[in-house]
Design a protein around this ligand. Structure first.
Ligand code: PBG
Length: 342
């Protein structure tokens, strides 16, 4: 239908018809050859929820396919992940109500659920890396990541608890501690505490640019912190979604304080931040595809509105394109299996 193309258009596009980008898209092998970005199992980190009880799996209704696991079942999952070649797990403990308190004392007990789980995995599946969240929300009765003093989150008192929590995790065998609390100055304080306690090789993955996001809903339900938090929010410490220069400021501080890896969270609504952080600092940069992002993809599948495997792959490759070195995704096991089949 060349007659339909105006002469003007052809004159301003002198490369046509010599240049035809579609040539290289015509065959699967050609597309494969020219793919600029790759997703590999090497890029995946599996977040896992562990509970105290014996029940092997307690499904999380808002996260289809994901369950809270018993310690025994967690070992099996860790083994499966290791066999698939997933390099690391991120552990999230579900703490029963009677162990939560205003001061979050449970957070730094050497024998708490999280630390028990770390020891068991390290003993049985030593080849898999272990990442642990440093934040108080699983342990506080009010559901906040920090200590609530006179109705405000007290930055400096929270840091003291976080340091004890991080040291207890390192003692149990955590390879990477990941402060997700967004207190000011915590990365430096945790680095000093780890070094003093004899853990200079325990790395810090800083949730440097963590936004106050509505996409954390299913995670908070899984942990029971949604109930504790009630109508309160985390806007006094997590970042305002309107801001992006501030994310670079947050990252710069964490780099100065000794963070080994930076993280952007959530993922898909913040791809611009991920891109800028990677471009600016050229440091290892991770992204967290959070529970709400996972839930939306599963909801689309359940409603017949999309194919979860395709939606997931496209989302994960977007993170790689934007510069992510690794991705925390609840789909890690599934994705690793799919990548193996391809
Ligand atoms: C806790 C923490 C949260 C997530 C990871 N660590 C929730 C929050 O900040 O309220 C969210 C993860 C997800 O939604 O998948 N500090």
């Amino acid at each position: 239908m060349i007659d339909n193309i105006s002469e003007d258009y052809i004159n301003t596009n002198r490369n046509f018809p010599k240049t035809r980008l579609r040539r290289s898209r015509l065959k699967p092998w050609f597309r494969q050859l020219l793919a600029e970005t790759q997703l590999s199992t090497d890029d995946l980190i599996l977040p896992v929820f562990v509970h105290e009880g014996q029940e092997a799996q307690i499904p999380i209704p808002s996260m289809p396919g994901i369950s809270r696991l018993s310690r025994e079942q967690l070992l099996r999952t860790a083994e499966e992940a290791a066999k698939l070649g997933i390099p690391a797990l991120a552990i999230f403990p579900v703490i029963p109500a009677d162990k939560k308190s205003a001061q979050a004392e449970e957070a730094y007990k050497t024998t708490n659920l999280c630390n028990q789980a770390i020891r068991q995995i390290k003993k049985n599946i030593p080849e898999i890396g272990i990442i642990c969240d440093v934040a108080l929300d699983p342990y506080t009765t009010h559901g906040h990541d920090g200590l609530l003093i006179d109705n405000e989150i007290d930055n400096d008192q929270t840091i003291e608890i976080l340091c004890r929590q991080a040291v207890a995790q390192a003692e149990a065998g955590a390879d990477i501690v990941a402060p997700s609390d967004m207190m000011d100055g915590r990365v430096g304080a945790i680095r000093t505490s780890l070094d003093k306690a004899g853990f200079p090789n325990c790395a810090i993955l800083s949730y440097a640019a963590k936004y106050a996001s509505a996409f954390y809903g299913p995670f908070r339900q899984a942990l029971g912190s949604a109930q504790s938090l009630g109508k309160k929010d985390k806007k006094s410490y997590q970042m305002n979604p309107t801001n992006s220069d501030e994310a670079l400021h947050e990252c710069a501080l964490d780099v100065q304080e000794g963070a080994d890896i930076l993280m952007v969270k959530p993922g898909m609504p913040y791809l611009d931040i991920l891109y800028r952080v990677k471009k600016t600092f050229l440091l290892p940069t991770f992204v967290y595809q959070v529970s709400g992002e996972y839930a939306m993809i599963q909801a689309a599948e359940q409603n017949g509105w999309g194919n979860s495997q395709a939606l997931m792959f496209e989302s994960l490759i977007a993170f790689k394109r934007a510069g992510a070195d690794a991705i925390l995704t609840y789909s890690a096991l599934e994705t690793a299996k799919h990548l193996k089949q391809r």
